[in-house]
Design a protein around this ligand. Structure first.
Ligand code: NAP
Ligand code: MG
Length: 486
């Protein structure tokens, strides 16, 4: 049964309002392309209203600014409890709106609960230093919230992205205006309602559904927005970096995807490596920034590995994401489906060997078969560009030195992985590969305790980890002159 859709309006000052223009846009179920709701379409004027609300809530005398840091932490813990209470509903709504298979949506909720609790627990651990400055002075630093934050979300993991960015900003004491992706506005609105229920004062969290070119751009250009945190494509990330400097100097955090290399050495345990390699690229139909989309397999085991990888890909159960036994659902929309099918055609045209998959499934919804290409070469389009679809590209290599060089020959640097039973090989790889996260004998593990972010064009700054609040804080230095008279 379809989950009930409770919220479709703009959320400002803890209230639900229509867009000023009265316009709405349709949101879909990727399983069959059917319209599931009409959502208020926010534009520049609605962003202005939301930023004003967030700005009021950030005033030095506001309830939020005067609140004890430990109370902010308690509100976030309450929020975690409410997400846990509504876990089933949120998982179903996420699947319904973006096609993530239900079993994975449940795992995602299980993953975000510790994220909220960990980040929430940092609220009252924001500490400055006392500094031994020269002279008769007492000098110390304060860390203070940066201000109103614009949080621009992608569609591929809407709940996780909302929670990661919003809880970090709130734990730091900031206020936020969230612009969810046009394809997936529904869970962001449901989570905003839970934050209000948890006790977040009005104006602290505002959500404006709408489009990037209008609502998104209004946020990145707004002079009263102090910071933007964005996850999405490199193209838009670069636009945001420029927009952030036009009307004021916004702080920015960018997480922009990748073309992550996964290396399988001759000595790897294939019973572990084959399923991990598949998980690394087929999870969420390949719509993950850390997808292992360049799979380098060492020559001695190459043929055996390709055979096992094909067998694995063929065993994946495709179907309606709402069915709890489904392992592989649809791409998020028709545009993405066509884009991915276009990459598959390019792969064939440029001489990669299609081993399995490669086609759309049925005529309804946006399903693509798990696809495996062998004999992929570094200069082929499918080995260079982020596909964001279920396409495993297998490349052959001979030595560690060679594969390191090839793995690093990309403008991306989000993540990397290696499967080997040789400690020296593993440590040499982790030392030299250019990536923000490196997995050894596992892949795709994200954990709130460890920092996450990219080298090179994969991003700017880090999320998660002990210092995840720093991008939402300013450091203030205080120097007090001491009198010599005692
Ligand atoms: P995108 O265009 O980068 O969109 C991400 C978010 O930015 C959406 O909320 C989008 O609004 C908004 N946006 C777009 N243009 C903007 C602008 N000029 N100013 C401010 N905000 C703007 O990503 P996409 O089009 O959805 O997906 C395209 C490709 O991006 C994918 O194929 C994939 O390669 C990559 N991607 C990466 C990640 C990741 O995790 N790093 C996530 C999603 C996509 P709209 O909703 O109107 O688009
Ligand atoms: Mg888009």
């Amino acid at each position: 049964m379809a989950p009930q859709i409770k919220y479709t309006k703009i959320f400002v000052d803890n209230e639900w309002v229509d867009s000023k223009s009265g316009k709405t846009f349709e949101t879909y179920n990727p399983h069959d392309g059917s319209v599931i709701a009409k959502v208020a379409e926010g534009d520049k004027v609605d962003i202005d209203v939301a930023v004003r609300a967030a700005h009021r809530a950030f005033h030095r005398n506001s309830e939020w600014r005067l609140m004890d840091a430990s109370e902010r932490g308690r509100i976030l813990q309450k929020f975690a409890d409410l997400v846990e209470r509504d876990a089933k509903y949120l998982a179903e709504l996420e699947s319904f709106n973006n096609g993530t298979v239900l079993s994975f949506s449940h795992s995602m909720i299980a993953m975000v609960l510790p994220v909220i609790r960990y980040i929430g627990s940092l609220s009252d651990k924001i500490q400055g230093d006392t500094v031994p400055a020269d002279g008769e002075v007492f000098s110390y630093t304060l860390k203070q919230p940066v201000g109103v934050c614009g949080l621009i979300l992608p569609w591929n993991a809407p709940i996780a992205m909302f929670i990661n960015k919003v809880t970090s900003a709130l734990a730091a004491g900031c206020t936020v205006v969230v612009k969810p992706a046009e394809q997936t506005p529904l869970t962001a609105l449901a989570l905003a309602a839970l934050l209000a229920e948890a006790g977040v004062p009005k104006g602290v969290v505002n959500v404006v559904p709408g489009f990037g070119k209008t609502a998104g751009a209004a946020l990145t250009h707004h002079p009263d927005v102090a910071k933007i945190s964005f996850t999405g494509s490199v193209v838009v990330g670069k636009e945001i970096q420029q927009a952030a400097g036009v009307n004021n100097l916004k702080r920015i955090t960018l997480e922009l995807g990748g073309k992550s290399p996964l290396i399988i050495m001759n000595d790897a345990d294939l019973t572990v490596a084959v399923p991990y390699a598949a998980l690394g690229v087929f999870t969420m139909q390949g719509q993950v920034c850390i997808a292992a989309s360049r799979l380098y397999v060492q020559s001695d085991i190459y043929d055996k590995f390709v055979e096992a990888a094909v067998k694995h890909a063929r065993s994946i159960k495709i179907g309606n994401p709402a069915d709890p036994t489904t392992q592989h659902g649809p791409q998020v929309d028709e545009t993405m489906m066509k884009k991915v099918l276009g990459y598959i055609e390019k792969g064939k045209l440029e001489g990669a060997k299609l081993m399995t998959g490669g086609k759309r499934v049925g005529h309804e919804g946006y399903y693509i078969e798990p696809t495996v290409f062998a004999d992929v070469k570094d200069d082929m389009t499918i080995a260079k560009e982020e596909i964001f679809g279920p396409v495993q590209s297998i490349l052959k290599f001979d030595t560690l030195e060679e594969v390191l060089e090839r793995a690093n020959s990309t403008s991306y640097g989000l993540s990397a992985g290696i499967f080997t039973t040789n400690l020296n090989t593993a440590l040499q790889f982790t030392k030299h590969v250019e990536a923000g996260t490196v997995w050894v004998n596992n892949y795709l593990k994200i954990d709130p305790h460890v920092p996450f972010g990219g080298f090179k064009d994969s991003g700017l700054g880090r999320e998660y980890g002990l210092y995840c609040l720093d991008p939402y804080l300013e450091v203030k230095t205080v120097i007090v002159a001491l009198s010599k008279k005692l």
